[in-house]
Design a protein around this ligand. Structure first.
Ligand code: DX5
Ligand code: ZN
Length: 221
């Protein structure tokens, strides 16, 4: 049976009360905290860095899943590892040497992930499957929360599911962007097992109700 994981993105949290927000979302059943890092260079937005990761670390026992939307990416990786990140993923466009960056993440004791934008082809995965703990498929173009899910992602999820299964390895297949209660089941049916959701959770008054409703949808598969 597939283990499904819900990863609330703090991009949509109230940053003035971030400690309380992450504690509440973990109490509501979050399996990990998705931490979106944007640099106003690789993506046209600027968010949070290692200092904020370090600040929330004592507030949560679940893994912190750092999604780096930065270019270049290598220099900042050790800082996030020191700040308590458990998973670090990056976009291939942010690295001159993808294989080296994946090794760098693992050398720092974290799980490593590669992130594919909606238009990034799957061939970037081909020679590095053995170095991946997570593959993140973007279902929106990166940079902002609250965008709509791009339906073409479903086919891509199914294709990556096959690639993962062919390795026989336990690689998480994460989807990020526009994930809601009403589409999580079809995303899971396509082959995803880890779901990032920002505005669907932090935009709502009752985090437990949203996460329970997502799990109820997942239990139908
Ligand atoms: C977009 C970020 C996402 C985003 C998801 O660049 O990587 O994690 O916060 O937000 P929603 O769930 O609102 O689409
Ligand atoms: Zn993200």
């Amino acid at each position: 049976m597939t283990t499904y994981r819900i990863a609330p993105s703090i991009l949509s949290a109230d940053f003035a009360r971030l400690g309380e927000e992450v504690r509440n979302v973990v109490a509501a059943g979050a399996d990990m905290i998705h931490f979106d890092v944007m640099d106003n260079h690789y993506v046209p937005n600027l968010t949070i860095g290692p200092l904020v990761c370090e600040a929330i670390r004592p507030h949560v026992q679940v893994p912190i899943d750092v999604h780096l939307m930065v270019k270049p990416v290598d220099r900042i990786i050790p800082d996030f590892a020191k700040a308590g990140a458990n998973i670090i993923s990056f976009h291939p466009e942010g690295s001159e040497h993808i294989d080296r960056t994946l090794q760098l993440i693992r050398e720092h004791g974290c799980k490593a992930g590669l992130v594919l934008n909606p238009a990034t082809p799957l061939h970037v995965l081909e020679h590095v499957m053995d170095k991946l703990d997570l593959i993140l498929l973007m279902s929106v173009n990166p940079g902002y929360g609250g965008q709509s899910f791009i339906p073409q992602t479903l086919k891509k999820i199914a294709a990556v599911r096959k690639l993962i299964d062919a390795t026989g390895r336990d690689i998480m297949l994460q989807v990020d962007g526009g994930v809601k209660i009403d589409n999580i089941a079809e995303i899971a049916a396509a082959g995803a097992d880890t779901f990032v959701a920002g505005s669907a959770i932090f935009g709502k008054p009752d985090y437990t109700a949203v996460i329970n409703a997502m799990r109820a949808e997942l239990s139908k598969i």
